[in-house]
Design a protein around this ligand. Structure first.
Ligand code: B12
Ligand code: SF4
Length: 418
């Protein structure tokens, strides 16, 4: 089999405050398997720069990765490549949006639409071993069988979170999540959780630290703290490395013991999907948590000396001025270190998108670019703009109240960035 020249593209994300916050891990995994198979791979994280089609000269295969709000930009890139008549690469699309809306994407001008995890699929596409436009990617059962993501193909140090003192490298120690929150689009990785071994995970951390001089990490697992013994094994191995890191967790998977060894291993911050200060809304979201669970997790995390970030989500059919005020009271009472407020956005791939009637939701937004729940200035893409208890005007007022509160609240916390 001959070596092919390939470009993997991460389209712009105009909805975000800042591009290049985190290098896109999905295509870093794909690049690694392609390089292992002997192909030459270049990465294009388009960002706010204008795409230069000369990048595609001699390229035989272009792989575009997309979430829902990036899709209009992904289509622009496809059209530009098709217009450029000097060369005719094969162009494939994959990622969470392609997975959630495969039938719709088959109508667009892609050569291939890839559903699910792409490590196995992309090899058969590039090597011309697949017939038909749709390819179903097989989930990788043994994550350790994958090569380390090709971090060297990006300038890792150019990626920085707003306000952060140093660059942060992304990591994954597992794929999948057993919970079933009704707003979450998790068709790519599914509900069966697969894990890297602690040894392999540590090799990855060590490699990034030694090769790129980066010692701050974000673990993007859906729920890093799911299995206590495994977290313990990872933390024991991380402690001597002297790195710092943040992760996401579910409040039902945290306890004092886990927090103690996480803190010792350099965990600076845990983000919890608290979502709403009302148990009825938590049930509507299918969170499997209660307000008490959330309060307890925040309290013990702070006691352990780890910062707490909470994700709040406004806009369920049950939300009202009362739940909005409840959010403010919850923040004042629990005193998290950081808050991200989102507006409910039924993402393609979520139960809410598939069955809005079950959730008393009304939305009919054709602009896919609007499907983001927290973007520039912290604002959302306006897919949901009323609830059972709030007219569009009242909804705006409730949101203004929340954004206004948060602005003031954050001002009081200035100077804290990690
Ligand atoms: C890290 C992360 C971020 C980071 C970085 C995103 C990035 N550029 O990588 C930040 C914080 C910036 C972010 C922002 C947002 N995110 Co985000 N994010 C994630 C998270 C937690 C991990 C992504 C990841 O690394 N996955 C692991 C890799 C291995 O999987 P992958 O990226 O899907 O790639 C695999 C396959 O999709 C496939 N594949 C991907 N591309 C291609 C291309 C080809 C050609 C082929 C063949 C295959 C293929 O193969 C890959 C390897 O198996 C996921 C949740 C999750 N568990 O995936 C949400 C997730 C991707 N985010 C999501 C959303 C909604 C957003 C935001 C819109 C949120 C907002 N602000 O409103 C923004 C939009 C940003 C953007 N650029 O589009 C949704 C997307 C749902 C959808 N319908 O599109 C997800 C799935 C969360 C969820 N469960 O709902 N996010
Ligand atoms: S929101 Fe988080 S906990 Fe809920 S299903 Fe999605 S990944 Fe799992």
């Amino acid at each position: 089999m001959s070596s092919k020249e390939i470009v993997l593209v991460h389209p712009p994300s105009p909805m975000l405050e800042q591009e290049k916050v985190v290098p896109p891990l999905g295509i870093l995994y794909l690049a690694a398997v392609l390089q292992d198979a002997g192909h030459q791979v270049r990465m294009l994280d388009v960002g706010r720069e204008k795409i230069d089609l000369r990048e595609f000269a001699n390229i035989e295969f272009v792989g575009v990765s997309t979430t829902t709000p990036q899709y209009p930009e992904a289509l622009n890139i496809l059209r530009a490549i098709r217009k450029e008549k000097r060369h005719f690469p094969i162009v494939a699309v994959g990622g969470p949006h392609a997975t959630a809306m495969k039938e719709r994407l088959l109508l667009d001008d892609w050569d291939y639409v890839c559903v699910g995890e792409g490590e196995r699929a992309i090899i058969s596409l590039v090597e011309g071993k697949h017939d038909g436009k749709l390819i179903i990617g097989e989930r990788v059962s043994n994550l350790d069988s994958l090569p380390l993501p090709a971090y060297h193909l990006f300038d890792l140090k150019s990626y920085q979170r707003p306000g952060a003192a140093k660059p942060t490298a992304p990591l994954l120690s597992s794929r999948g999540c057993p919970f079933h929150c009704t707003f979450c689009a998790k068709e790519v990785s599914g509900r069966i959780v697969r894990y890297h071994s602690p040894e392999r995970f540590i090799d990855q951390v060590r490699m990034i630290k030694e090769r790129f001089g980066i010692d701050q990490f974000m673990i993007y697992d859906d729920i890093f703290t799911l299995v206590k013994e495994r977290v313990k094994q990872i933390c024991q191995r991380l402690t001597p490395l002297g790195i710092t890191w943040r992760c996401q967790s579910h409040v039902r998977t945290i306890d004092k013991e886990r927090l103690t060894f996480m803190q010792k291993a350099g965990c600076l911050e845990i983000a919890y999907g608290v979502e709403n200060p009302d148990d009825r809304v938590l049930e509507y979201f299918g969170k499997g948590t209660t307000v008490e669970d959330n309060k307890r997790a925040i309290a013990i995390t702070k006691e352990a000396g780890i910062r707490v970030k909470i994700y709040l989500m406004f806009g369920s059919a049950l939300d009202s001025f009362e739940t909005a005020r409840g959010m403010i009271n919850f923040i004042e009472e629990t005193e998290p270190d950081d808050v991200q407020l989102s507006v409910l956005t039924p993402l393609p791939g979520s139960e809410m998108y598939a069955h809005p009637e079950r959730f008393d939701l009304q939305f009919d937004v054709n602009d896919l670019g609007a499907y983001y729940h927290c973007g520039g200035g912290g604002k959302a893409g306006n897919v949901i703009r009323s609830t059972k208890f709030l007219s569009p005007e009242e909804f705006e007022n409730a949101l203004d109240m929340l954004y206004g509160f948060l602005e003031e609240w954050r001002t009081g916390k200035q100077g804290v960035s990690i």
